[in-house]
Design a protein around this ligand. Structure first.
Ligand code: AMP
Length: 281
């Protein structure tokens, strides 16, 4: 049985009753298989699961899709019934009772890649996650590798604010076609869905080839917009620092990409094995 809780005092009271370890899985709802895989992973690490469902206005820019973001609490409750102990679905007023709330400044990492395209986004994410962690006091919290930069921001949040929680990353869940599952996939037309495969295919092909950093950087630099896919970025990063890799880099690079397909922004990423150039072997 899953209990729906919508207020902070009730959540705190219910949390205090839980014995054993607690996992938090933060979401914005419109739950799909990707979210469910996070919940199943959480179950392997904790006795009780709290799933939060909250479309956080602070992380949306003025011209973004806050108003039309898919919301269906009844379907979300049905999807997690029996998997989660508690669904915490507060209203905006419950989370932000005062105007102009204090926000976390997530620092330089919040200003590159997604952060450059969505100014203020990661400050809003860090703020809501800090609040959710404070409210639910979990032992662990699970976040998807799908949002790689978000995961890095959250890891920094936990270190920099000394939060007593372990962050567990969960692998990307894809549709059979290779498209990474996302609540925003519901915005795609049939044609858009086909065009969107460009992201998944690009990453799949890169994962299967070992190549020197110089070749990878040249390849990513040469990606051009087509009629159906407009690339916002496709970059190879050192996964530990989130800094772009340089020509001599070897080891696992994280290739992150974002593109606009059918007017919908899609994100994807994969680890790619960057080898030593043949002449240096
Ligand atoms: P969202 O509801 O989009 O804010 O996502 C909630 C959590 O689910 C985040 O930690 C996401 O990274 C994660 N997530 C979303 N889509 C996927 C996916 N396809 N595979 C794995 N995790 C995902």
């Amino acid at each position: 049985m899953t209990t729906l809780i919508t207020t902070i005092p009730e959540l705190r009271a219910a949390r205090a009753e839980l014995t054993g370890t607690v996992a938090l899985v933060p979401t914005m709802g419109a739950l799909h298989d990707g979210h469910l895989s996070l919940i199943r992973l959480a179950r392997q690490h904790a006795d009780h699961i709290i799933v939060s469902v909250f479309v956080n206005p602070l992380q949306f820019g003025p011209n973004e899709d806050f108003d039309r973001y898919p919301r269906d609490l009844a379907a979300d409750l049905a999807a997690v019934d029996g998997l989660a102990d508690i669904v915490f679905a507060p209203s905006t007023a419950e989370m932000y009772p005062l105007p102009d709330p204090f926000q976390v400044d997530a620092g330089p990492i919040a200003t590159v890649l997604e952060g450059a395209i969505r100014p203020g986004h990661f400050n809003g994410v860090a703020t809501v996650v800090l609040k959710l962690l404070t409210i639910t006091a979990p032992d662990i919290a699970v976040f998807g590798q799908k949002d790689a930069q978000q995961l890095t921001v959250i890891r920094r949040l936990v270190v920099d604010f000394n939060l007593p929680v372990a962050i567990i990353p969960a692998p990307i869940v894809r549709e059979e076609s290779g498209l990474a599952r996302s609540s925003r996939n519901t915005y795609l037309s049939e044609q858009g869905r086909r065009d969107a495969l460009a992201l998944g295919h690009l990453l799949r092909d890169l994962q299967h080839h070992q190549m020197p950093a110089a070749d990878l950087l040249t390849f990513l630099g040469a990606l051009a917009d087509t009629d159906s896919v407009q690339w916002d970025y496709a970059e190879a990063l050192d996964p530990d620092t989130f800094q772009p890799i340089e020509h001599g880099f070897t080891g696992e690079a994280l290739v992150v990409c974002a593109a606009r397909v059918d007017g919908v922004r899609l994100l994807d990423n994969a680890f790619v094995n960057v080898s030593t150039p043949a002449e240096e072997r």
